[in-house]
Ligand binder design. Structure first.
Ligand SMILES: Cc1cc2nc3c(=O)[nH]c(=O)nc-3n(C[C@H](O)[C@H](O)[C@H](O)COP(=O)(O)OP(=O)(O)OC[C@H]3O[C@@H](n4cnc5c(N)ncnc54)[C@H](O)[C@@H]3O)c2cc1C
Length: 381
């Protein structure tokens, strides 16, 4: 392995979708000497495991700063996808058919009605469909469906292609992407970051971005207090079927699961929400839960071939919100983590917000709710 450069203007810890999006946004703003460090391969963790849904409305129960942030990022995707295609030739397969949310029980119908009412009253694009209308959109859905919501603006992308496109874009922009490199600790001197210790030696850096996904709270250094994020891994399992020809066009949710059609004939089904530490594995109980939710959505799945299954670890902060922005206590340290269920969706806006905070030293007050300073400080070692 070649020796690492000994210094960087900005060192980014973590090569998932978030670290890559931040690196690209910095390079696009003219920052030179951006170095991204990934202990594994790019996108190897949660970012490859995801379903790629960009569905803020389908999942939102109330208007909130987090909801506005997710909508803002979703709405950045058409330009983001077009720019990546132009820069790299890689199509991230932004599908704009929309998202359906199905109700099968009286309780499900109540949930849909609540969501419809607040979103309609807020002027958001949303349609309430009777079962017959839902079946016109998607003839393969189950006969038992009682009602459906359609979210025309909620879309999806192919997240593994997104990783490839971001990696190619970063290389083209001159960002150094170092895989197989573990960052072991931060070095802080007189209240400002001086650099990072890695498995390949020390790197001096004026700015450090922590984008380590579910591992973000494990980074520290003796006697250095860092924000007490308490980021925990939340396991999600996924199944993959072969559906050639494809059996649905929309991303389809029920309160118990979702299915996601891909252009190449794969049909993904997810997911579980499990507190199982760092055990990234597929279990019999996980498969059973996902299968039962998928078959409830469309019994036609019963005859499809199951081709793959996998698990990933979502990074969840103590209050479930993302952690974004500068650390007030340590000059030069920035956080871009805790994206939990929405890191693919939030990648474009995270890149923008962090790049602005670093380059222009501007962090919008309406985003203070996501600041790492909300947690207080703790010494890790
Ligand atoms: C099953 C499943 C389905 C999902 N579906 C969706 C979806 O449909 N839409 C959506 O928006 N989101 C979804 N998510 C969530 C999304 O995947 C995550 O929020 C997102 O990938 C987080 O990106 P990240 O870059 O922060 O983390 P990761 O992708 O986990 O990347 C963090 C990287 O940091 C590296 N790292 C950590 N510590 C160090 C260190 N000390 N030194 C070097 N490298 C380090 C890790 O190796 C890792 O590669 C899903 C997640 C799962 C598991």
């Amino acid at each position: 392995m070649s020796p690492l450069k000994e210094r960087a203007a900005v060192a980014i810890i973590g090569g998932g979708v978030i670290g890559l999006a931040v690196a690209r946004a910095l390079a696009l703003r003219g920052v030179g000497e951006v170095l991204l460090l990934e202990r594994n391969s790019l996108g190897a963790e949660s970012s490859s495991a995801a379903a790629g849904m960009l569905a803020p409305q389908a999942e939102a129960n109330r208007p909130h700063e987090f909801f506005y942030l997710t909508c803002r990022s979703r709405d950045m995707y058409p330009a983001f996808a077009a720019a990546l295609l132009e820069e790299t030739g890689i199509d991230i397969e932004l599908e704009t058919t929309g998202t359906l949310y199905l109700a099968f029980t009286a309780h499900d119908v109540e949930e849909l009605e609540r969501r419809y009412t607040w979103q309609k009253n807020s002027g958001l694009p949303i349609e309430m469909l009777k079962p017959e209308a839902a079946r016109i959109h998607e003839p393969s859905i189950c006969d038992e469906v009682r009602a459906a919501l359609r979210f025309p603006m909620d879309t999806q992308i192919e997240n593994r292609r997104l990783i490839s496109a971001l990696a190619a874009s970063n290389k083209r922009l001159g960002v150094r992407l170092e895989t197989g490199t573990d960052v072991t600790s931060l070095k802080v001197e007189r209240g400002r970051v001086a650099g990072i210790e890695t498995s390949r030696g020390f790197i001096a850096a004026e700015r450090v971005v922590i984008a380590g996904g579910a591992w973000s709270s494990l980074l520290g250094a003796a006697d250095i207090a860092l924000p007490n994020l308490r980021i925990k891994p939340v396991r999600g399992q996924m199944l993959c079927f072969e559906a050639n020809p494809q059996i649905v066009r929309h991303v389809i949710y029920s309160p118990r699961g979702h299915i996601v059609p891909r252009r190449d004939g794969r049909l993904l089904a997810g997911s579980t929400t499990e507190h199982a530490g760092f055990e990234k594995r597929v279990t019999a109980a996980g498969l059973q839960a996902i299968l039962s939710a998928a078959l409830e959505i469309s019994p036609r799945i019963a005859s499809l071939t199951m081709t793959d299954s996998w698990a990933g670890l979502r990074p969840r902060a103590a209050d479930t919100l993302p952690v974004l922005g500068p650390c007030a206590e340590i000059e030069g340290v920035f956080y871009a983590t805790g994206h939990y269920r929405n890191g693919i969706l939030l990648a474009p806006v995270t890149g923008e917000v962090i790049a602005r905070a670093i380059v222009d030293r501007v962090f919008p007050p309406e985003l203070n709710i996501f600041s790492p300073d909300r947690f207080g400080m703790v010494t890790v070692n």
